[in-house]
Write a protein that binds this ligand. Structure first.
Ligand SMILES: [Zn+2]
Length: 183
């Protein structure tokens, strides 16, 4: 039987205080997305009609405890793993020291491990424009490009103190949030 993907269904809409301008003009909408591959995902979008502030977040309803999720990426198969990355998740690639640390306005979204690599590629390219050590920058970008093509193996760690993130695949190890997540 083919599982039907009906897309997100709106379950709730309410007004709230905007974290940016402080007015009660934030419209928050919540959607449940039941997917064949990722179980149930809660998608939250917030839009302020006064100042234009926008925020998006996701939360896997199959995950709960503060989590550390580790994936040994061997090639293309793991690059296609689906990732529910909530706004409180941080991501690290052990072999390179590349880190993504969330800020107060970080967004949550659904992506793949390959998609996370593209984010590192974009951020590193921007950071490298004014970097002193251009050779090091170039070699990191080259490494990311090889990883996107599935040519290098690496270990990716996603830490989420809210426990709302999840990675879907057979090569995924879920552990308790610990000091490996303090980066
Ligand atoms: Zn606002």
């Amino acid at each position: 039987m083919k599982l039907e993907d009906r897309g997100p269904v709106k379950i709730l809409e309410y007004k709230s205080k905007c974290p940016y301008c402080g007015l009660d003009s934030l419209t928050v909408s919540e959607y449940i997305y039941n997917t064949p591959f990722m179980g149930s995902v809660l998608i939250t979008t917030s839009i302020c009609l006064e100042c234009g502030f926008k925020h998006r977040d996701v939360s896997s309803l199959d995950a709960d405890n503060p989590s550390k999720i580790k994936v040994r990426v061997l090639g293309e198969r793991e690059l296609r793993y689906m990732v529910v990355k909530s706004s409180s998740a941080s991501v690290k690639i052990l072999e390179t020291g590349l880190e993504y640390i969330p800020g107060p306005y970080s967004q949550g979204y659904i992506t793949t491990i390959e998609g996370l690599l593209y984010e590192f590629q974009e951020a590193t390219t921007i950071a490298c424009r004014d970097a002193e050590d251009r050779d090091k920058c170039t070699s990191i970008i080259e490494w990311i490009n090889k990883a996107i093509d599935g040519l290098v193996e690496f270990t990716l760690i996603l830490c989420d103190p809210s426990g709302k993130s999840k990675i879907y695949g057979d090569n995924v190890i879920e552990e308790l949030f610990d000091q490996e997540c303090m980066f």
